[in-house]
Design a protein around this ligand. Structure first.
Ligand code: AMP
Length: 397
């Protein structure tokens, strides 16, 4: 069974075609600059050369047309006809409180997605456009929505209610939702396999550290607390996002600098975090290089990141009655020896110890804790696309 996985942004569309039985990627690709001058598609069928086509792509329907043509192309395609695609899995950022699991997309689900636009104005509209384009071009193919928020719907009220007047939760649905759920779920399932324990018995602290970062306390295989909140702005310092700050800073800065809501939003989402502190880059590789060359603010940005991640780990460690493993994943978590070492060193008083040789690993599954570490520490590369494909397969097989 082949599953097409679609991840739509406002001007981009990423896709993967996966043979789910073999867990094998048949093709992958990216459409960029949809609706903007210079639009292009990059497509690669596994085992064949990557092709690039530049042509005007005015909307998501046109983008998807090109994707489907590429997938079945006689020369560079991956399958002979679209009949070989049994279902499509769509990444949807915000499922709100409506979805605690993936669902087959029908008219009611589409309505619920539209209802959620208010709380996810940047992310849900392009996700909806992607689904609508697919429905138009593949009307008989089943579609599944897989939500970034779904894994976190098990978080109890004590961890999801904000201490502001309760009516704002009731009237505006302001609460912790949490994001990166598909990734946290994938590494949770994989860690349970590596630990050789039933998933509902594992307690973990999963650290998805990339451009955006979130840390999750997993209790009995379920999300119990997470660092992202009402939006993906909360948590540790991120590439360009501020993470947790005193909320009074927002109104103070708006007054002082005479800022509109969209200007302050931009500052906190795009000009802050590692970029804002270092003044150099949001990319952790650049920061590591600059810090090695003696740049103090790059070093400071890394120090803040590591300390804030460590604070979350310590807080979750304290909330779980035991911890089977700490897991590092995503761009920084999978690749950065420096950041993993520094985070674990801050937590030395908990008895966490890293094996420095094993910690050199990049983008590969590895147990990186020392033998006498109080808790096992794993690097587990995330695979959100495979997780989406698996959930789609389960619902449509
Ligand atoms: P993601 O959002 O998961 O794609 O992660 C992207 C981030 O991973 C980039 O901003 C990089 O800073 C970081 N990254 C990738 N490779 C490395 C590496 N070898 N060392 C440090 N950071 C890395």
């Amino acid at each position: 069974m082949n599953i097409l996985v679609i991840n739509c942004g406002s001007s981009s569309l990423k896709y993967r075609l996966i043979d789910i039985e073999k867990e094998h990627r048949l093709a992958k690709g990216l459409v960029e600059r949809i609706g903007i001058e210079g639009s292009r598609i990059k497509h690669e069928t596994t085992g064949k050369e990557e092709i690039k086509i530049e042509e005007p792509i005015e909307d998501h329907t046109k983008a998807l047309e090109l994707v489907l043509e590429s997938i079945v192309h006689p020369e560079y395609g991956a399958v002979k006809s679209l009949d070989e695609i049994q279902a499509v899995g769509h990444r949807v950022v915000h499922g709100g409180e409506a979805f605690a699991d993936s669902v087959i997309i029908d008219d009611d689900v589409m309505q619920a997605l539209r209802d959620n636009i208010e709380i996810a104005p940047l992310h849900n509209p392009p996700n909806i456009m992607g689904i609508e384009a697919c429905k138009k071009l593949m009307p008989d193919t089943k579609m599944v929505g897989v939500f970034d928020t779904a894994f976190h719907q098990t978080i109890p009220p004590v961890n999801y209610i904000y201490p502001i007047p309760y009516k704002y939760y009731e009237e505006h649905k302001i609460r912790v939702y949490g994001f990166h759920g598909t990734s946290h779920k994938y590494v949770t399932l994989r860690a349970a396999e590596l630990l050789n324990k039933p998933v509902d018995e594992v307690n973990l602290i999963t650290c998805h550290l990339g451009n955006g970062s979130s840390i999750t306390a997993v209790k009995g295989g379920k999300s119990f607390d997470t660092s992202m909140g009402f939006t993906p702005l909360a948590g540790p310092l991120m590439g360009t996002r501020c993470g947790d700050i005193d909320p009074a800073i927002v109104t103070y800065l708006m007054d002082k600098e005479n800022l509109t809501t969209s200007e302050i939003n931009n500052i906190l989402n795009k000009d802050s975090g590692a970029l804002g502190v270092s003044g150099i880059s949001s990319d952790f590789r650049d920061l590591e290089n600059a810090a090695t060359d003696g740049d103090e603010r790059a070093q400071l940005a890394l120090d803040i990141f590591e300390r804030r991640v460590a604070k979350y780990i310590a807080s979750y460690y304290g909330q779980l009655d035991h911890v089977d493993a700490i897991v590092f994943t995503a761009g920084v978590g999978e690749n950065s020896e420096w950041n993993r070492r520094s985070i674990i060193e801050i937590l030395g008083s908990l008895g966490l110890k890293i094996d420095h040789e094993k910690n050199k690993v990049r983008a590969k599954e590895e147990l990186i804790s020392a033998e006498d570490s109080s808790v096992k520490i794993f690097v587990i590369p995330t695979n959100e696309e495979l997780m989406i494909a698996k959930e789609t397969y389960e619902l449509t097989k």
